[in-house]
Design a protein around this ligand. Structure first.
Ligand code: ADP
Ligand code: ZN
Length: 529
């Protein structure tokens, strides 16, 4: 049955079937829709792919007037609107990419009551002119998507979001719904407070994505490790590889292509047409791997992404969770793979030290990084660690690397002491500090030119660490850094001590370490030869 223009639906079920073609609601969708359609406010914390959009789209089809959707993802508004128009929902958007004629057409349609949904960029809503204009029409509801952007401590802060709280007083009778896939308790409270959602009902879904297998490996030769991982996947597998810099994006895409993978690069420095082509190939063809900066993927709805790989350490668990969440939206088995190493830790600590902003801000960044490092170094279930971070206790999952192959731990106290005392001696006897490379050369007793030149072979700790390989020593340094038992100092990232280091040196603090996979691999290949 074709709906007469402007006719609203009687029930949520009817809208779900006849507009979106789905049989049943997922999770808490129905309760959320009832709350908002009934005129109440809602705060919705639901993982990526959980189905947040319907939670405001359907109430907008039930209530008189137009649902206003605030979204920071301007680049995606066109796609979202196109998808709605395709199923017969009267939708439009207002943002800075439009020419005046287009904008005025949308405005007329809104005032005439001819829109079910209107997407608006947050900066528009902070202008009084826009608010006055919207007030002249009928607002069915106000949806605030990506609501974590209101959090100043979060990873996506948008100043314009702070103004959205005022709309509660401006339009007291309009139900409001805030939605996000970021779910720490702190963010949740901030959203509630800053958006004036004190009266709202809260809907917190489980953040578990059981079909995603989490794997985190120590970086050894990351290029080889990545190629091996990607080639392990069945032919025709679609995936995303995230890198930190544009340069690494290009190099990694080339590396994969050289190894027979259908890889395309995507970052903000590429021409819009090149980016659009990459995105469209990824969405429409089978087996395309996108190598991208984290700018890629927000709001992209490709259900059958089979893996998300990170070759650089994400800055926070929130970011990691959001990015890995783009895998397996269809519920089929998928993999989140991350390689990280000593250099990642050094680099990120340095970036934090150099970041603008006050001490509180830097501490906040450090806390985010530390949580990410704890996830990387845990010897317990990754999922338990991840969900605990989001305030959701769980039991070992059986579908992550540490559950499937419990890591071997070893007592790293003595190596840690050898390393720390080398740093102490260099400082005390020579007033010098060095990066990991030189310290490891000293410990392993390598007579390099630099060692000779600095007469580091005369140090008492020269050669006392020959029992461990280079790679193992790097693992020791990385794990100590990750636990704040070692610090990086200054712009060259030389190594220094922390309060915790003193405890380790004094023998008051045992250090259990994860066995590096390389060592495990080496010893097993040794024993089999
Ligand atoms: P989110 O915004 O939470 O990441 P979306 O709203 O984009 O998630 O929904 C993710 C996918 O799930 C979309 O392809 C959407 O069409 C689909 N979906 C949402 N709700 C349902 C449902 N009740 N039944 C079937 N598919 C659904
Ligand atoms: Zn597990």
């Amino acid at each position: 049955a074709v709906r007469a223009a402007g006719q609203k639906f009687a029930t949520a079920q009817e809208a779900l079937h006849s507009v979106f073609g789905y049989d049943a609601f997922r999770g808490e969708q129905q309760q959320i829709i009832e709350q908002v359609a009934g005129g109440g406010d809602a705060v919705v914390l639901m993982p990526t792919g959980g189905g947040k959009s319907l939670c405001y789209q359907i109430p907008a089809l039930l209530r008189p007037g137009t649902g206003i959707v605030v979204s920071p993802l301007i680049a995606l508004m066109q796609d979202q609107v196109d998808a709605l128009l395709a199923v017969g929902v009267r939708a439009a958007f207002l943002n800075s990419t439009q020419d005046p004629a287009e904008r005025s057409r949308v405005e007329q349609a809104y005032l005439a009551g001819e829109l079910d949904l209107l997407y608006v960029a947050p900066e528009r809503l902070s202008s009084e002119a826009t608010r006055r204009f919207l007030g002249q029409g009928t607002i069915a509801l106000l949806a605030i998507d990506e609501a974590h952007c209101v959090s100043q401590w979060g990873h996506d802060f948008r100043p314009d979001y702070l103004m959205l709280g005022e709309l509660a007083e401006r339009w007291p009778d309009v139900p409001r719904i805030a939605l996000t896939a970021t779910a720490t308790d702190a963010t949740h409270q901030e959203i509630t407070q800053r958006l004036h959602l004190g009266e709202a009902k809260h809907f917190v879904s489980s953040f578990d994505r059981p079909n995603i297998q989490y794997r985190i490996v120590g970086k050894n030769e990351v290029r080889k490790q990545l190629v091996a991982f990607v080639k392990e996947q069945p032919a025709g597998t679609a995936g995303i590889v995230y890198c930190l810099s544009r340069k690494t994006v290009e190099q990694t895409a080339q590396l994969l292509r050289d190894n027979g993978v259908d890889a395309v690069a995507y970052h903000a420095g590429l021409d819009a047409s090149v980016r659009a082509a990459a995105q469209s190939r990824f969405l429409r063809e089978d087996g395309v791997v996108v190598v991208a900066t984290i700018a890629f993927g927000m709001g992209i709805d490709k259900p059958d992404v089979r893996f998300v790989a990170h070759v650089d350490l994400p800055k926070s668990v929130e970011g990691y969770y959001q990015e890995t969440g783009r895998a397996g939206r269809d519920g089929e088995p998928s993999i989140a793979w991350l390689a990280y190493g000593l250099q990642d830790v050094v680099q990120q600590r340095r970036m934090i030290a150099e970041s603008p902003g006050d001490l509180a801000h830097q501490r906040n960044l450090s806390a985010h990084l530390d949580a990410m490092l704890a996830l990387c170094e845990t010897v317990d279930c990754r999922r338990v660690n991840l969900l605990r971070y989001f305030g959701q206790p769980s039991t070992p999952c059986g579908n992550c690397d540490t559950c499937l192959e419990p890591p071997v731990t070893w007592d790293g106290t003595v190596p840690a002491q050898k390393l720390l005392s080398t740093i102490v001696r260099l400082k005390r006897e020579r007033n010098q500090s060095f990066g990991a490379g030189q310290i490891i050369d000293i410990l392993r007793g390598k007579r390099t030119d630099r060692v000779a030149q600095q007469r580091h072979d005369e140090l008492a700790t020269f050669g006392i660490g020959e029992d461990l390989s280079d790679q193992e020593w790097r693992g020791v340094v990385r794990q100590l850094l990750a636990r704040d038992l070692l610090a990086t100092v200054g712009e060259y990232g030389t190594l220094g001590l922390t309060d915790g280091s003193a405890e380790v040196l004094a023998g008051n603090r045992p250090v259990a370490m994860r066995r590096e996979p390389e060592r495990a691999a080496r010893s097993s290949s040794r024993s089999s030869s």
